[in-house]
Structure formats: C-alpha cells, structure tokens
Write a protein that binds this ligand. Structure first.
Ligand SMILES: Nc1ncnc2c1ncn2[C@@H]1O[C@H](COP(=O)(O)OP(=O)(O)OP(=O)(O)O)[C@@H](O)[C@H]1O
Ligand SMILES: [Mg+2]
Length: 396
C-alpha cells in the first residue's frame, strides 16, 4: 500500500479526538431527547387518565419533570396554579431557574418552574438548553389545555346539576302549591271561628287560653303556607326601584345588637355605584334577612359576617359570607328543598332558603352556594338589571 493511502486511512490523534467528541455530543443529545420524550409521554398518560382529579394530575406532572432536565439530580420542579402549588419531592429553590407561564384565554393562571439547586455536580450558573426552553413551554401549553378541558367539564357538570335541581324544585313547588291551597281554606275556617268564639262573653278562662293557642298555632301554620306559596312562585310580587345597598344597611341595623352579643363582626363591602333593580322590596328584605339569620346561626361561637354587593355584567349581585360551621356536600345539595333543616325543631323549619329561592326565581335571578365544612359558606344572589317580564310598578 502506498504511504499516502495509509495516511488517509489512519486519522491523526487530533482527528480521532474530534470525532469521539462528536459521537459523545450526539449521544448526549440523543439521551436528552429520550428524557424529553419520556417526560412528554408521562404527561400525556397522566392528562388522559379520566379517574384522576386535577390536583393529582398536577402533582404527578411536577413529580416527573426533573428527570427530563440535563442535571436531574439537582433539578426540582413546581407547578403554580390559581394560588395553589404542586411540587416535585424535596423541592428546593435555586439560583438557576426556568419558568413558563400557564396562560388560559388571555389570563396567566400560573407557571411551570424548574430550579437547579446549587452545589457540587453542577457547573457554576448552569444554563438551560434550547431544547429545555421548548420543552417547558410545551409542558405549560399542555397543562393549560388540560385545565381548560377540566374547566369546561366542571361547567357542564354544574349546568347538568342545576337543571336536575331546578326540575326537582319545580316538581316539589307544584306539590307544595297544591297542598298549600288545599290547607288554606280549612285553616282560614279554623282561624276565623276561633277568633269569633274568643270574642264571646262569659268564656271560662281555660277555654279562652285554649282558643288563644288555637289562634296562635293557626297563624303560624298560615305563615308556613304563605312561605310555601312564595317558594312555589304563586304569590304576586310588587315591583319598585330597589337599592340593594340601602336594604343591607336597614336589615343589618336590625341584627347589630344580636351580632354584638354573639361576637360576630360585620363587614360591609358594597359597591357605592350599584344600579337599582326592579323588585319587590319586602321580598328582597326577606332574602337578606333569611341569609343573614342562617349565617349567624352557623357561627354560634362568633365569627365574621360579610355582605357584599357588586355588578357582574348585566346583573346586580349580593353575597352573604360567613366563616362558620360550613356544610357537607350532602347538606349543600339539599339546602333549597322545603323543610330540609339540620337545626333543632325550635331553631328552624327548613323553609328559609326555599323561600329565598322562590323569591329570587320570581325576580328572574339566580342563587348559588359555595361552602366547605368547618370553613364557612357563601351565598351569592344575582338579580337581572332589567327583568324579562314587564314590571307592575308599585310604591314600596
Ligand atoms: N350559612 C350557613 N351555614 C351552614 N349551613 C347553612 C347555612 N345556611 C343554611 N344552612 C343549612 O341549610 C339548612 C336549610 O336552611 P334554611 O334556611 O332553609 O332552613 P333553616 O335555617 O334550617 O330553618 P328556617 O330558615 O326555616 O328557620 C339549614 O338547616 C342548615 O343546615
Ligand atoms: Mg334559615
């Protein structure tokens, strides 16, 4: 073999080192790609598991993130979403970090972060690879998509729940209205006759006392019937311009002494520019007072009662919040059912919230409740600014 040919076939030491470095670099890049793909595959598996609640999905994703970065042993990750935080095990902040926003619609709801904690085994100021920038953006995008999907699913489930509840309440309303009508007449006869007999001269004292009891019991029963009729939307509401802020001030004045005695602090957070609504003033008072009474009863050892008003698109809203005993999901589902109560006989009949529901529906509004056992409850009532039916103006 000619010496020149032999030279061509045997690379120099420098050349051998160069190509070995290139092989190493390719191998390193491939290994990074494998880690990325494994991570993306893991995320896809977690995201597509319909049985996992969203919190567990985010915790699972945070756990697998560090392994996809160049220095996995020094990396930790966390996902921030709506004020909540999901961390990889042993999460530690570090000077080098990479972040990608979780953007849903036009709002940033959180971020994905990968941190390198300092120490041995990490180049000083370890920088992130271009591929890692793409990866973290991709992961934030996948999480945003997952949250959007979850929000849409929750909204659909809530809507279905509302429809079922509305159907059930409408059926109970019809039944209640029927029973109330049937009872109204005999009750009026009992009441009228008892009142008449009570006026007769020369009645023995015990009989007069018995008649007093009959009248009192009949009046109580008549009140219940009225409330049932309101729940069943059979009453005819008056319509006037009503300022919710003023109603709150008036109603709270009635409860101030009671709140002071039971160590309940009142907070008012009203919108001073709240528009007036067209409504039945005394019924709206009843809504506020029923919600306030419930809130106070939920805070037997004291607490904080907050009344808010605010405008939400074309609706005027009132929120009554307490930090009392709260409700279990089972109780929360049934609160608007007539006669549903968890209180002692002398504490409640279970009609307060069904009346509130009836009044709010009669005004074309909506009511919803959020509550957590041991933390408190929040009732939000929304009235339309302009009712659909032509209001019958009446001074209130
Ligand atoms: N703010 C609240 N905190 C905790 N539980 C509540 C609250 N409001 C209502 N509830 C629950 O809902 C149930 C039904 O309330 P609702 O006002 O209809 O009836 P009630 O308060 O029991 O009796 P009534 O209002 O007729 O005197 C209550 O018994 C209670 O269990
Ligand atoms: Mg009540």
């Amino acid at each position: 073999m000619a010496p020149s040919q032999a030279k061509k076939k045997t690379p120099s030491v420098k050349g051998r080192k160069g190509s070995a470095r290139r092989v190493d670099a390719t191998r390193a890049r491939l290994s990074e790609r494998v880690k990325e793909l494994t991570c993306l595959y893991g995320i896809a598996q977690i995201a597509s598991n319909p049985d996992l609640p969203i919190e567990r999905k985010l915790a699972g994703i945070a756990r697998i993130l560090p392994a996809a970065w160049q220095y996995p042993r020094r990396a930790s990750a966390r996902i921030l979403l709506d004020g909540r935080e999901f961390q990889s095990p042993g999460f530690r902040h570090g000077a080098s970090r990479q972040t990608a926003a979780i953007r849903i619609g036009d709002r940033d709801r959180g971020a994905v972060e990968v941190h390198y904690r300092d120490g041995r085994g990490l180049p000083r100021q370890a920088s992130f690879l271009d591929e890692e920038r793409n990866l973290i953006d991709n992961i934030a995008g996948q999480i945003a998509f997952m949250i959007e999907h979850e929000d849409a699913r929750a909204a659909k489930a809530e809507l279905r729940e509302q429809l079922i509840r509305a159907d059930r309440l409408a059926a109970i309303g019809q039944l209640a209205a029927g029973v109330a009508h049937e009872l109204n007449e005999p009750l009026n006869t009992i009441l009228g006759l008892a009142q008449l007999v009570r006026k007769m001269p020369g009645l023995p004292v015990p009989s007069r006392a018995d008649l007093d009891s009959i009248v009192e019991a009949s009046l109580h029963a008549r009140n219940i019937i009225r409330e049932l009729l309101v729940f069943a939307r059979q009453g005819r509401p008056g319509r006037a311009r009503v300022n919710l802020n003023r109603i709150i001030t008036d109603e709270l004045a009635l409860f101030e002494a009671l709140c002071g005695k039971s160590c309940v602090q009142i907070r008012r957070a009203v919108d001073p520019d709240l528009p007036e609504i067209t409504a039945d003033k005394s019924q709206i008072r009843q809504v506020v007072s029923n919600l306030v009474v419930n809130a106070l009863q939920a805070m037997p050892g004291g607490g904080e009662l907050t009344l808010r008003t605010f405008r939400d698109a074309s609706r005027v809203c009132l929120a009554v919040e307490d930090n009392g005993i709260g409700m279990s999901p089972k109780i929360r589902e049934n609160v608007f059912m007539p006669f549903f109560t968890t209180k002692d006989v002398d504490q409640g009949t279970g009609l307060g919230l069904s009346v509130v529901h009836g009044i709010v529906s009669l005004h074309g509004g909506e009511i919803r409740v959020e509550s957590e056992e041991g933390r408190g409850s929040r009732f939000v009532v929304a009235f339309p600014l302009r009712p659909k039916t032509a209001p019958e103006e009446k001074p209130s």
